[in-house]
Ligand binder design. Structure first.
Ligand SMILES: [Mg+2]
Length: 247
């Protein structure tokens, strides 16, 4: 297949950059923005970052280029400069719950609450012993919130978010718009939150790649974010398609 027929969707944390202990302390390879910009040009613009982070956070770490993105697991997105944001005021019950969670979890050292406005992530990477406690707190929170919200587990993180959010759904949405429309999707991710995106691109006849270990429906694996950056740089510069279709 000609490489201009691909649409490339990339997760951020653990995929393009290494996972760090504190979510705000992300370290981006200084060459990454340029690699992404070159590849975006090669793909006719069909490259987007699909992350659980807010778009504003991703922008701060990817230089001055305003890449196409989906943030907050698809609750917000930007295609060709048109930005669709999620409004926290549309989620009053979640806002109340964030306040309650902050009260409940304030006294537990090592648990970090990442308030993203329309979702809230609770991290226990610094305190693995708190895993069960966080699970029970999240379970109670969801009982109170009802079916409009769900939990998404990741690596030492549980995130409460609107049920409508999901990486698979937002990838499908991107594929309805130019320059993505009619292209074959590739999604690269590293975590449980990405499995739903892998399923979607598999169902659409696309290509899924999981970084690192763990059970997955992805059709290909790469070892680390550094391996992926290397592969993407080669694709951008030499035009060498970096994945093997062996399944
Ligand atoms: Mg990730």
């Amino acid at each position: 297949m000609a490489q201009e027929d691909w649409a490339l969707f990339l997760d951020f944390d653990g995929t393009l950059v290494d996972i760090v202990e504190r979510p705000e302390a992300v370290a981006v390879d200084p060459n990454l923005p340029e690699i992404l910009a070159s590849l975006e040009a090669r793909l006719g613009g069909a490259l987007a970052i699909i992350s659980g982070r807010p778009i504003a956070f991703l922008d701060q770490h990817l230089g001055t280029r305003r890449f196409d993105m989906a943030g907050l697991h698809g609750l917000e997105h930007r295609i060709e400069g048109d930005l669709f944001l999620c409004d926290p005021d549309d989620h009053p019950r979640l806002r109340e719950m964030v306040e309650r969670l902050e009260e409940i979890l304030r006294s537990r050292p090592g648990i970090l609450i990442e308030d993203k406005g329309c979702s809230v992530a609770i991290h226990w990477r610094l305190a693995p012993i708190e895993r069960e406690f966080v699970h029970s707190v999240v379970h109670s929170a969801l009982e109170a919130l009802g079916s409009d919200y769900r939990v998404q587990f990741g690596k030492a993180v549980a995130e409460i978010l609107p049920s409508a959010a999901g990486k698979g759904k937002v990838i499908e949405k991107f594929l309805q718009y130019s320059p993505y429309h009619g292209r074959r999707p590739i999604f690269v991710g590293d975590d449980l939150t990405d499995e739903n995106g892998f399923k979607m691109v598999n169902a659409l006849g696309g290509f899924s790649v999981r970084i690192g270990t763990g059970e997955t429906v992805a059709r290909e694996r790469l070892g680390s974010p550094a391996d992926l950056r290397h592969a993407l740089a080669r694709w951008a510069v030499q035009g060498a398609f970096p994945f093997q279709e062996n399944h």
